[in-house]
Design a protein around this ligand. Sequence first.
Ligand code: MRU
Length: 353
Amino acid sequence: MKLKYKPEELTKLPRSVEYRDKKVYLIDQRLLPREFKVISLSTVEQVAKAIKTMQVRGAPAIGAAAAFGLALYAERSRAETKDEFFNGFYRAYEILKNTRPTAVNLFWALNRIKKLVEEHREDSLAEIKRLIVREAQKIADEDVEANLRMGHIGAEILPEGNVLTHCNAGSLATVHLGTVGAVLRVMHKEGKLNLLWVDETRPVLQGARLSAWEYHYDGIPLKLIADNMAGFVMQQGKVDAIIVGADRIVANGDFANKIGTYTLAVLAKEHGIPFFTVAPLSTIDMSLKSGEEIPIEERSREEVLTCGGCKIAPDVDVYNPAFDITPHKYLTAVITDKGVVYPPFERNLKKLF
Ligand code: MRU
């Protein structure tokens, strides 16, 4: 497919995750929309904390940040022997791995670098360090390319009109452009996007704080709604398609995404609205057969008991799963950087690999 647009023609935003001069640079997503601030991190522990506390979040952005965390280790390690270096490498790998459990991109990126390092065990220390940094940068650059492709592919198959999205799978959630973000940006560029409905996405408000901010910044016409309004908007015939990102898509097409995605998928079916997920191959985990096997992160009770730092409920017990599983029967198609996958997913997802 011919790619009509370059990233800089689709967004005014800079990359969300970058690496230079032995530092990881991130747009601090906890501060948006009040403040746009790029922070710099210089230790593996700082990167792990940024992932845990969601200063960087969104499956591909987490993957790239973790890869850069390993680059940071490589360039800053003072190990004098290879054994010492490898011990430190595995420690860094474990610290980064134990941050968030659901998005498979984290493990995909860390394992890609670990595999490379192990294949080059016999090379010089200087060469191994160089390879780690180069691979981390490749992971980030490939993410941007994949998003650009998905944007063009997705914009061709989504119907023209009003689109609804949940959470943030935009530029902030990736290295640049977004998965959903790229599709919406290409649609907007081509005059195919009439209106974007943005779910606020309680409890962390990635829709209100991040999606509304970044799409508005790029001039995409949107309306923000509270999560419980989505069904009514669909019933009123004001949604032509729903598109969401994914944290992990498994072999049968079931997928994990931000809590509330499943609710939307069921409502979409009831209202005959096509329902898409869009994700790069790094989000597809063929080692799991069905969605029930995906580990679902549970986050702190404070996220539910508060809103914007204010207490909104008494000190009661809370259940706070960060993701849910959407069974593949609700999916119209999976848009990937290698093309569109339609049902039967079990058979067709395999063809991508
Ligand atoms: O908890 P988050 O904000 O990291 O969850 C993000 C999502 O669920 C996104 O939809 C998903 O990671 C896809 S991002 C391109």
